[in-house]
Write a protein that binds this ligand. Sequence first.
Ligand SMILES: Cc1cc2nc3c(=O)[nH]c(=O)nc-3n(C[C@H](O)[C@H](O)[C@H](O)COP(=O)(O)OP(=O)(O)OC[C@H]3O[C@@H](n4cnc5c(N)ncnc54)[C@H](O)[C@@H]3O)c2cc1C
Ligand SMILES: NC(=O)c1ccc[n+]([C@@H]2O[C@H](COP(=O)([O-])OP(=O)(O)OC[C@H]3O[C@@H](n4cnc5c(N)ncnc54)[C@H](O)[C@@H]3O)[C@@H](O)[C@H]2O)c1
Length: 479
Amino acid sequence: MDTTTYDVVVIGAGPVGENVADRAVQGGLTAAVVERELVGGECSYWACMPTKALLRSGAALRAARAVPGAREAVTGGLDAAAVLRRRDSFAANWRDDGQVSWLERAGIALYRGHGRIAAARTVEVAGEDGTATTLTARHAVVVATGSGALLPDIEGLREAAPWTSRDAAAASGAPGRLAIIGGGVVAVEMATAFTDLGSSVTMLARDGLLSRAEPFVGERVAASLRDRGVSVRTGTEAGSVKRNGDGTVSITLTGGEQLDADELLVAIGRTPNTQDIGLDALGLTPGGWLAVDGTMRVVGADGAPVGDGWLYAAGDVNRRALLTHQGKYQARAAGDVIVARAKGEAVEAGPWGRHAATADERAVPQVVFADPEIASVGLTAAAAQAAGLRIRVVDYDLAATAGSALQAEGYQGRARMVVDEDRKVIVGFTLVGPDVAELLHAATIAVVGEVPLDRLWHAVPAYPTVSEVWLRLLETYGR
Ligand SMILES: Cc1cc2nc3c(=O)[nH]c(=O)nc-3n(C[C@H](O)[C@H](O)[C@H](O)COP(=O)(O)OP(=O)(O)OC[C@H]3O[C@@H](n4cnc5c(N)ncnc54)[C@H](O)[C@@H]3O)c2cc1C
Ligand SMILES: NC(=O)c1ccc[n+]([C@@H]2O[C@H](COP(=O)([O-])OP(=O)(O)OC[C@H]3O[C@@H](n4cnc5c(N)ncnc54)[C@H](O)[C@@H]3O)[C@@H](O)[C@H]2O)c1
């Protein structure tokens, strides 16, 4: 058995693990990552990149069809085979050579195999070829093992081997009839993508669509999906599932009704990849999410860092925000704080300090690439109220901006700004409409910067753009 020592050992080389290691190396430390599948993680091969590639062609086609002059030039429908080929290239054909080269250039050592914490600062790597390697960390072990699809306890579901997001993202074709259990982000994006690709889609959304967003978001998306022929069944629950001899799936709803489909996608959330990484010996729960302090150090049930603070967790596995950009933000903070602690430098862990991931609590941006797009940051009105803030909500019809009329015929959309009345700053912002994704970062800067509304009047949106909605919201709020 080999024993090798690094300053930092990271378990999981997804986007988050790669970034922690990179920051550590840039700070002058040595780092190794352990990866059991593909370097690049879920995001690169089965999540963000392939799913957005599946969605983009349909969005581009809709955009062209919404503008006279361009519309007439569209003479056919979506070329599903070409979409899937483009998706394959965005998933790097499920090969990680490019990311492995990046690790080499970044000076990060790679160990392939399953990583497990064997003792304080010690990670054992079980290689697929039966080799075992022990890695010792001088300063920190970072768990960045991400998450996997959660399957609910529905009778017959596991035996029916349904699709999870992985299967949908990597699908070689579109099933004729696709049923989806779930109404969250994955369900909505995949309903959009597979409708574009030609499937007849039924959504079984127990709690409605995108229920954690502002209520008008789910309503707008449901209306749009229904317009495109999707059967959106909210308040509906699957009671049992059966895979039939001919490969089709029968879903019996709790009310007794039976639905048949050619494939079933389950998209009801995630479960952390912590089942078999040696947590029990540390007094932590295998299969549980890892709780962390503000600098991503894993804490036990008593709230104190595990051991003398050598164990960190970043990305999906700590459940702070299950998004690639937010996980990489945590990674930058964690990598930098590990370097600071190793060098005995000051730790800046206060709100908005360089070693704290404060935005996770107050300013998480997210874009749902559905039709229409949804872009949001910070608190919804309901969440702000629940947090005890005295708020005012200002809504504006995006179709009433000059830019939107130019953008597309029949443009429909809405924006909401949630203002903290005591501080006169924006704490939440939501947009729903065609092509609103790129409008989001202005809102993120306003929320993170806590820019006073008085000053925002001086941030003049260019005419004629959809971003004029900023001026309209301020005018509606009043000066
Ligand atoms: C369908 C879908 C679409 C998504 N789209 C977006 C999007 O558009 N934008 C966005 O911001 N987010 C998106 N997300 C979320 C995003 O994929 C995750 O937030 C992100 O991948 C988390 O990164 P991570 O590095 O924490 O974990 P992961 O990407 O899951 O990487 C973890 C890595 O650790 C490895 N690993 C696990 N256990 C071990 C072990 N014991 N030993 C060795 N290696 C191990 C895994 O093989 C994996 O490579 C999407 C998620 C899904 C499911
Ligand atoms: N564009 C993006 O940013 C993007 C895209 C896809 C996924 N993601 C991330 O991936 C994560 C996982 O997405 P997801 O859609 O799987 O989860 P989610 O948490 O977004 O939605 C889960 C949905 O399933 C429902 N649900 C939960 N348990 C259920 C049950 N037993 N039966 C029926 N319905 C049930 C919930 O009410 C909810 O509507 C999310 O946290 C999301 O942030 C992000």
